[in-house]
Design a protein around this ligand. Structure first.
Ligand SMILES: CC(C)(COP(=O)(O)OP(=O)(O)OC[C@H]1O[C@@H](n2cnc3c(N)ncnc32)[C@H](O)[C@@H]1O)[C@@H](O)C(=O)NCCC(=O)NCCS
Ligand SMILES: Nc1ncnc2c1ncn2[C@@H]1O[C@H](COP(=O)(O)OP(=O)(O)OP(=O)(O)O)[C@@H](O)[C@H]1O
Length: 213
């Protein structure tokens, strides 16, 4: 906390929020871990969303109203497999689900930010541009990789089929549009060591630019 000459205190400056995004399997969560290793706090929107849909009773009832009682299984947990099978085949339902879940995630994020003391904090989300959240960030970073690599990585990680991953990809903003919207881009077409080096390079460049802005 800053102390002014008169002995009064001035509030901590608000952290600068950096959005971190990328399509399915681009490697954004891996990059987020590297950013944490550099000492910065990261908020994982997609992970928190999955916790909030189980914990927030008001949200739960809104989701049941939208998708039916099967959206939760017998033990009360969010039935991701069922929800995915509904929404990834239906644009309108996917938008409605986003609009239902997002306000709760936003509130949770704001609460998290208020507890951070770092000058920079990062918000990892698959839907930065799709939900217009880039407008609420000081800067945005995009992680991108060739489609075939992304599909293979998700098939290996989740056991999803080629077609299942492709269907989700088709629901996301095209890569070329995201690239056009972003200054700071991390290309993830090589190995993990290269990804770490590239992440450190891009983050250091972004911070230098922000600090002189
Ligand atoms: C549809 C759900 C049940 C699928 O869960 P599942 O565990 O099978 O997959 P996971 O969450 O890991 O998502 C798989 C991939 O789909 C993509 N994805 C997830 N939600 C969306 C979406 N609303 N629009 C486009 N792509 C999405 C992400 O890139 C992710 O990598 C789940 O993602 C969900 O409830 N999404 C709704 C909105 C949401 O959570 N938004 C997040 C933050 S605001
Ligand atoms: N450069 C790389 N070399 C090898 N494996 C990688 C590389 N980058 C990411 N991976 C692996 O690919 C998978 C997808 O990466 P990650 O989970 O970081 O992507 P994501 O963008 O967060 O995906 P999603 O949106 O689906 O959650 C993970 O299993 C990760 O370990």
């Amino acid at each position: 906390m800053d102390t002014t000459e008169g002995g009064t205190t001035s509030p901590e400056p608000e952290p600068r929020i950096i959005g971190l995004t990328g399509g399915i399997g681009s490697g954004k969560s891996t990059v987020a871990k590297f950013i944490e290793d550099m000492g910065f706090p990261v908020y994982y929107s997609d992970i928190r969303a999955k916790e909030i849909v189980n914990d927030n009773e008001i949200l739960k009832s809104k989701i049941v109203e939208l998708l039916g009682s099967e959206a939760y299984n017998e033990n009360g947990n969010y039935n991701r497999k069922y929800v995915a099978s509904l929404v990834f085949g239906n644009d309108e339902l996917l938008q409605k689900l986003n609009q239902t879940i997002h306000p709760a995630v936003r509130a949770d994020f704001e609460n998290w930010v208020s507890r951070q003391s770092s000058e920079f904090v990062f918000k990892e989300t698959a839907l930065l541009f799709e939900l217009g959240l880039d407008k609420e960030c000081h800067q945005s970073i995009l992680v991108t990789a060739e489609d075939n690599l992304r599909i293979k990585r998700v098939m290996d990680r989740d056991g999803k089929t080629y077609r299942e991953v492709e269907t989700i990809m088709d629901k996301q903003m095209p890569e070329k549009d995201k690239i056009r919207k972003t200054v700071f881009i991390i290309y993830n077409n090589d190995g993990l060591a290269e990804l770490r080096t590239e992440t450190e390079k891009v983050i250091n460049k972004l911070i230098r630019q922000e600090e002189t802005a």
